[in-house]
Design a protein around this ligand. Structure first.
Ligand code: SF4
Ligand code: SF4
Length: 106
């Protein structure tokens, strides 16, 4: 499971990758695992995006775990018995929590 996340002020976000072991997506597609990191301020976040363009995630020393499990309660095409079976998902920025942008209504 490849998870890209634009919610860069989340504690689990590392250069647009999610480092959480498990992610929970709610019925309305919000990321319930979102945990705001108040140490990530505007100037830090600028550094994050600069890093992203300088060093691709694959060679930055961080590789995503294939074991990432996404539990999901949304009524989505990729939802199989409460688990996401998409090859990858993208979590998008919103006013509050991030939300799953890969959602396709079943
Ligand atoms: S908002 Fe959700 S998907 Fe994004 S880094 Fe945080 S826990 Fe992971
Ligand atoms: S793609 Fe669908 S099943 Fe997978 S996390 Fe997003 S909303 Fe849930």
């Amino acid at each position: 499971m490849d998870l890209r996340c634009n919610k860069t002020n989340c504690k689990h976000n590392q250069k647009y990758n999610c480092t959480a072991r498990e992610v929970h997506i709610a019925k309305n597609t919000d990321c319930q695992t979102y945990d705001r990191d108040f140490a990530k301020n505007a100037s830090n976040l600028q550094d994050v995006s600069r890093d992203m363009f300088e060093i691709a995630p694959e060679i930055s020393g961080y590789s995503h775990s294939d074991k990432l499990c996404v539990d999901c309660k949304a009524n989505c095409l990729f939802n199989k018995m409460g688990k996401c079976n998409a090859n990858g998902i993208t979590v998008l920025e919103s006013n509050k929590k991030g939300f799953c942008g890969t959602f396709i209504e079943e």
